[in-house]
Write a protein that binds this ligand. Structure first.
Ligand code: ARG
Ligand code: GLU
Length: 710
């Protein structure tokens, strides 16, 4: 007996410390913080309660968090609707308001009064009202013996029903999402404001300082921020732009701390991470490392080189392609870092070890029969789709990447016009806007090269059974295919849309590029899509069971679901890291480092004169740190991903200390494999943001509406 008690004690001691010193991994569900994270966060230094962060009964931090346009995060920083997000999240908007004569990318933009703010049709600010665990209602009565088909049908019906019921007689939206591959379901009630105006943005020489050269890298010196203002109808409800609209009054806005950060300080990031796959089988990771990443990196390499050369030739093309180039380059570079990280930090070994544990565990007891052979079944599905995921990548990165093909793709749905005149007119209007936007930023010579080079790579690297007739026919003169198309001609397309007779519409349908695309799509729909869909559904089912098993096996571990563009909290501490042998990084950069990088001969590192002058005068005001330096960026061990851009970085007291905008290159692998030793998120220090608004832009009037904490 005594022996048993000792063993129990030893066991508790073994379990407890590992629980307490658990690494900063995880993207946690706000409503479960109390249960899963609160005490750990407080041990790490947080002075808030879970209820301060997420509450349905009182105002809480979550009321200041915005899903910005659905692709980034933003936060409220004043009682009058002021919203802070990243410059790179706003780049599309900034570019749309720019021309050669009025280049807001290069010059920045500051609304001197509210009437100067710029409207952005299509952009929205979405707030979470509350969330709810609806797993029971969704899965009730569904069991292991329910067929997958029935399961899907029942769930879809229940979701539709619950979503409708949840927002009846309100102007809110309801959305139910699966978590842990469908082991759990959560309902999200949101409120969406479509009048979001641009209030300020620094020039790209600050907001994008370092450009694609420094992107994903530390040490970093980017002032990656922009300001918007959310407006509502006079009664406070969401409304499209109207001059009578008034600034939104949030239930909470972040106080801004001027105290800054020290190594070891607690930080958390609250926002909308897009997508991660933490539980992926080693087999899938192998494929990413060996095939998927190298190939899509090569395809984008090609595209970027072509675009860069064209942008260097003309300012007009540079403006047209700034935002597109940044988007293509961003993931290109991310995949390079991801592969490096996965290979150098033993992601596969960790996967193999866990899978071995699982196989052993599941074979041990009768009641674990459900999990026996699961990993082999997963492998079998990957065998069945062998090579097809690569075709899928090539469809995205080679076939649909030339803009002319994308245009044909986007025109397709407009070519089946309804009989109803009213509907028809609406659809044609939409088509025209789409076409105008396409040609505003279109440079034919660049696209021709992209088309020829990418299709050549497709033909070389993808097996012949996935080639189409027109591909084979033109394999040696792809340029002529491009040249024969009328989809380079804006007025031709617009005339057709203005006079959409059958004969005219057929001209679009029978364009060589439309035919090329449609041929490809039907091949893809026959040979690729069905197998991907079938194995994909089967994999979802198997992963659902796998995670259920893992959670049983690792009973004492807190599990977090993969990112799925729903609101999450991640927390960690300000910390440097050792990326490679004999190299160690400190966690904070300053304006001194910005100046070190300054290079008038390199477009990514050319600073505005005004900033150099402020540096020379050391005119940092209240924004400097104890050493008299102006802090610029810092890193911490928060587990973030794409979509977290613009997320508030919050200190132990719930005050804003920075704005998340990136991860270090070595940590982009954290979407599959978070490693606390080296995974770091990169944030711009809020004091640099305030300094730029105040001293650089002279937009101090914006500071007056903020709540600063000394
Ligand atoms: N890497 C960051 C993100 O994934 C920033 C991208 C924008 N910056 C750039 N230089 N392209 O979105
Ligand atoms: N820049 C990314 C974004 O736009 C965040 C970086 C990351 O992937 O962590 O969301």
């Amino acid at each position: 007996m005594k022996h048993f008690v000792y063993r129990l004690l030893a066991l508790t001691i073994l379990i407890l410390p590992s629980w307490q010193t658990r690494a900063e991994e995880g993207m946690w569900i706000p409503m479960l913080l109390k249960q899963l994270n609160e005490s750990h966060m407080q041990q790490m230094g947080m002075r808030l309660s879970a209820e301060d962060i997420y509450s349905v009964n009182q105002s809480s931090l979550k009321d200041a968090i915005v899903h910005f346009g659905g692709f980034c995060t933003g936060e409220m920083i004043s009682a009058e609707g002021l919203l802070l997000t990243n410059h790179h999240c706003a780049l599309g908007q900034i570019q749309r308001h720019s021309s050669v004569a009025n280049d807001l990318i290069s010059n920045g933009f500051w609304a001197r009064s509210r009437s100067e703010e710029l409207t952005n049709p299509g952009l929205f600010a979405r707030f979470l009202i509350r969330m709810e665990d609806v797993t029971k209602s969704i899965l009730e009565g569904i069991s292991e013996s329910t067929t997958e088909e029935d399961r899907q049908r029942i769930i879809t019906e229940r979701i539709a029903h619950l979503e409708k019921q949840a927002v009846e007689n309100t102007h809110y939206e309801a959305n139910i999402r699966p978590f842990f591959y469908g082991n759990e379901y959560y309902l999200f009630i949101t409120e969406t404001f479509p009048d979001v105006r641009m209030a300020g943005a620094p020039p790209a020489s600050i907001g994008k300082f370092g450009g694609d050269t420094d992107n994903w890298m530390w040490p970093r010196h980017t002032g990656d921020f922009a300001l918007f203002r959310v407006y509502t109808a006079p009664d406070g409800s969401p409304a499209e732009y109207h001059e009578d609209n008034i600034p939104y009054r949030p239930r909470h806005h972040f106080p801004i701390s001027l105290k800054g950060v020290q190594p070891g300080d607690f930080t958390m990031v609250f926002g909308y991470p897009g997508r991660t796959e933490q539980y992926l089988h080693s087999r899938a990771i192998e494929d990413i490392i060996e095939n998927i990443n190298p190939q899509r990196i090569a395809l984008r390499d090609m595209r970027l080189n072509i675009l860069q050369a064209e942008m260097d030739k003309s300012d007009e093309v540079r403006i047209q392609y700034t935002s597109k180039y940044a988007r293509i380059s961003n993931h290109h570079k991310k995949w390079v870092g991801e592969n490096w990280g996965l290979l150098n930090f033993n992601a596969l070994d960790r996967k193999y070890a866990r899978e071995n544990d699982f196989a052993r565990w599941s074979s041990k007891r009768k009641n674990r029969k459900l999990y026996g052979g699961l990993l082999n079944q997963i492998q079998e599905q990957y065998d069945r789709r062998q090579g097809l995921e690569l075709v899928q990548q090539y469809r995205m990165e080679a076939i649909l990447a030339p803009e002319i093909v994308m245009l044909a793709y986007r025109l397709n749905p407009f070519l089946k016009l309804p009989d109803n005149e009213e509907q028809k007119r609406k659809i044609l209007e939409q088509a025209e806007t789409m076409v105008e936007n396409h040609f505003k930023d279109y440079h034919t010579p660049a696209d021709r090269q992209v088309f020829v080079e990418l299709l050549s790579l497709y033909i070389i690297n993808i097996p012949e059974e996935f080639h189409t007739e027109s591909m084979k026919e033109h394999a040696n003169n792809l340029g002529s295919l491009f040249d024969a198309s009328a989809l380079k001609n804006e007025s031709f397309i617009k005339k057709i849309l203005q006079n959409p007779s059958d004969e005219n519409i057929n001209k679009l349908r029978n364009d060589v590029i439309s035919i090329f695309l449609n041929e490809y799509e039907s091949m893809y729909a026959q040979k690729v899509q069905p197998v991907l869909k079938e194995t994909g559904d089967e994999l979802d089912r198997l992963y659902r069971r796998y995670i259920q098993g893992l959670r049983e096996m690792e009973k004492y571990r807190a599990f977090y679901p993969d990112a799925n563009s729903t609101l999450r909290i991640t927390y960690g501490k300000v910390d440097g890291y050792v990326p490679r042998d004999a190299t160690s990084y400190l966690p904070v950069t300053s304006l001194d480092g910005v100046m070190e990088k300054h290079d008038p001969d390199h477009k990514d590192f050319t600073l505005p004169k005004k900033l150099i002058q402020l540096y020379e005068e050391q005119d940092y005001g209240i924004y400097k740190n104890e050493e008299g330096k102006l802090p610029v960026c810092f890193i911490a061990s928060n587990h973030t991903t794409g979509g977290n851009s613009g997320s508030p970085v919050i200190n132990a007291d719930g005050h804003l200390i920075g704005l998340n905008f990136d991860r270090s290159w070595e940590s982009t692998m954290s979407d599959y494999n978070y490693d606390p030793q080296i995974c770091r998120n990169i944030s711009v220090d809020i004091r640099y943001v305030l300094f730029i608004i105040d001293k650089f832009a002279g937009a101090g009037h914006l500071l007056e509406e903020m709540t600063l904490v000394q």
